[in-house]
Each structure stands twice: as structure tokens, then as C-alpha cells.
Design a binder for this molecule. Sequence first.
Ligand code: AMP
Length: 305
Amino acid sequence: MDPILAVGSVAFDSVKTPFGEKSRVVGGAATYFSVAASFFTDVRIVGVVGADFGEEAMRVFGGRRIDLAGLERVPGETFRWKGEYGFDLNSRETIYTHLNVFEKFQPKIPDAYRTTPFVFLGNIQPGLQMDVLNQVTAPRLVALDTMNFWIAGALDQLKQVLRRVDILIINDSEARELAEHPNLVKAAHRIQAMGPKILVIKRGEHGVLMTRPDDGGFFAAPAMPLETVFDPTGAGDTFAGGFVGYLASCGEVTDASLRRATIYGSTMASFAVEDFSLDRLLTLRPEEVTARVSEFKRLTHFDVL
Ligand code: AMP
């Protein structure tokens, strides 16, 4: 079982969905990722919070396999983001993104972290993702997540870091935007030429499409059909936590383990959306994860006669 080094936003989110509204709840890409991945292995989080991120907020990390030595606290305000979802929860509008303490953040990877074999460059300024990558020694696997905000605002830096990435985890609309092509298969091939050979394309309630490293084909998984979808915020980062967490826990990156990782990622994401913020993940038990993975197997299994 290998540990994961994870950088990304730790945030206060405000979220409006058709089912309600919450402001200043704990969120952030690294937060969702770490909580999800800690079900599978040890996570070393790298990020920054402001003086306003008090003990109550820090509680989300408590009692889990999350090492906080790389989470700095500095004077100023924590990263803030506000999003609003449309009626079918598939469309989301960002109302604001305040980088706050992330604006001047310079990650300093603790010496003991530098040889971590699995590295997750979570959604944050691509320059910071690069800073982290420059401080680690010969990682076995580097996965990266990003979003439209950075594709639009920091494309050159993003392309530089992509050259050094093995797995890109990205939304379908963002894959099209990054590749500048509307066809997802063509977009995937264009992005592979930018660096990452494995692409995990998240398609919301339509599931996940992953490029296969062995023969250039795809693996597809549906999303779990759920009666309760409350708040999709963090679904992507939670997916990434389950996906990379599973890979690190089994230590090998093969076609078979990548397929299973996709199902573990989808399973973790299916829980995250059932309640606001991190609420469902914080009460989740490992037995529930195992049971839902079995449900996934039943959902997708068929016999060829
Ligand atoms: P997801 O729903 O998986 O795309 O992730 C939403 C989370 O990402 C929220 O908790 C936000 O705090 C965080 N987030 C939103 N925009 C950004 C951004 N531009 N950079 C870093 N994190 C962000």
C-alpha cells in the first residue's frame, strides 16, 4: 500500500442547488480528494488555509489517514468559491472564485514527503501543481485534475505540467475545451499527445470514459442511478480520491486495476452527491463502499450467449 501526496484547494464553498442553499461550508478539491482517498490509503495533503479556517472546519480531516504536515495556515482568508446548479444538476455556474491565501502560496514539500510514490495534482493554479512536481523525486504515478477556470486562464502553464503527467482526470466539456475539438474520442487523442497517456473523462450522471493504455481503446462505466442527488459539488474530486486511492492501495497500475479504480472512484462520487458538502462522506463506512461496489457489478454485468 503506497501513500499519496495531494495538492489542491482547501476551501469555504457556498452552494445553491434546487434543493437548498448553504454558505461557507468546507470544500475544496484537496479536501474532497483526501477524505475519499483516505478510505484506501494514507494521504499527505499540501495546501494552505487562512486564519478563518478554525478547529471546527479542520474537523473534516480528523480521525482519518490524512497527514496535515503540508497544510499551511497563514494570515488572511481561505480560498472561497460559490457555485449554482441548474434544475437537472448537470449545469453549474461559478458565481465567484476568490483565491485569497492561494494567491501567494508557495508549496514547500516536507522532506519526508518528497519520495511519495503516488502524486495527485488536484484542481488549483497549474503553476502550483508544477511547483509540487518539481519538489518530488521520481514518482511512480502522477495524476492531475483541472477545470475550465484554469484552461481559460492559465493554458500555457497547464500544458507545461501536462507533459509530466500520467493520468489526466477531467470533465467532458473541459476535455473538449482543452483539445479544441467537439468529438470526445478525437479530443482524448489530442490530449494524449499533450502528455498524459491515460485520460479519465468524467461525464456527470452519464458516468466515466477512460482511455486504455494497452491498445488505445476505451473503458466505460455508468454512474450509479441514485434517487437522491442533493449536491454534485466535489463529485469530481471525490471520484479522483477513490480512483487514485484505490490504485495506490493495490500498488500496481495495470489495465485491470485501472478498470477497478474507475468503479471505486464512481462509488465514492455516488456517495458524495447524496448530501450537501462533505456531509455524506463524513458518515460513510467502509462496508457501505464495499456494498456499493457490488451493486456496480450487478448494474453492469451481462452474459453473452
Ligand atoms: P468539483 O465539483 O469536483 O468540480 O469540485 C468543486 C470543488 O472545487 C469546490 O469544493 C471548490 O472549492 C473547488 N474549486 C472550484 N473552483 C476551483 C478553482 N478554480 N481552483 C481550485 N478549486 C476550485
